[in-house]
Design a protein around this ligand. Structure first.
Ligand SMILES: N[C@@H](CCC(=O)N[C@@H](CS)C(=O)NCC(=O)O)C(=O)O
Length: 216
């Protein structure tokens, strides 16, 4: 199995899950700056020219939530509730909410502060973020209310929904997301950071260079 990745939030959640589940895979780092995601051999795998992409035998899969479900099925993990249709619907609800609402709300903050710093593409444009705050506050109220009496987002346990929703919010303090009024979100994020694979999902330098699945 191969997983293509860069140092960014969507591949981060897939790498964290693979590490958490102890899945053996060849972790292939791509260089976005030199255009490796636009190279014909990569575009043939993922026409979106994005990461993550998983190749498992004949299966080529993109979209991190689908990849995470696949990894759970392979590992027999109920972080994707393959055996329970009602729980699947519950996880799917939060994956959909993430992609349609939460991710667009937290994304601009993550981009301005984390992506720009990671790839050296300029200083954060804080002025542009002021206009984004109302959308974030609206979504944060929904999530914070949901988490008030829950440790995790769905099914009363850790699922791929947590990894999906937390991958940008994980950096809420560094990204200056205005989430101080939402203590249940902060507590949930801090709780996830206690999971070793979530806290440090990145392959070791040597493993990344050799393309072997080794984690720090
Ligand atoms: N919805 C996709 C998002 C994929 C995505 O946007 N990946 C970003 C990294 S977080 C990427 O490949 N960016 C490189 C580029 O756009 O050139 C998923 O969850 O897999």
């Amino acid at each position: 199995m191969k997983i293509y990745w860069i140092r960014a939030q969507a591949p981060r959640r897939v790498l964290a899950l693979a590490k958490h589940l102890g899945i053996e895979a060849e972790l292939v780092e791509k260089d976005v700056v030199t255009g490796e995601l636009k190279a014909p051999d990569y575009v043939a795998l993922n026409p979106n020219m994005k990461v993550p992409t998983l190749v498992d035998g004949d299966l080529v899969l993109w979209e991190s939530s689908a990849i995470m479900a696949h990894l759970c099925i392979k590992a027999g993990s109920d972080m994707w509730p393959a055996q329970n249709p009602a729980e699947q619907v519950e996880v799917l609800r939060w994956l959909s909410w993430n992609d349609c609402h939460w991710s667009p709300a937290v994304g601009p903050f993550y981009f301005e502060h984390i992506v720009k710093a990671t790839f050296g593409i300029g200083a954060p444009d804080r002025e542009s973020l002021r206009k984004k705050a109302p959308d974030l506050l609206k979504c944060a109220e929904v999530l914070d209310g949901h988490l008030e009496n829950r440790t995790y987002v769905a099914c009363g346990r850790l699922t791929i929904a947590d990894f999906q929703l937390a991958s940008m919010a994980n950096y809420w303090r560094e990204s200056e997301m205005p989430l101080e009024p939402f203590p249940h979100i902060a507590r949930w994020i801090d709780e996830l950071k206690r999971i070793p694979a979530w806290a440090d999902p990145w392959p070791t330098e040597a493993a990344a260079q050799s393309g072997r699945a080794q984690h720090a």
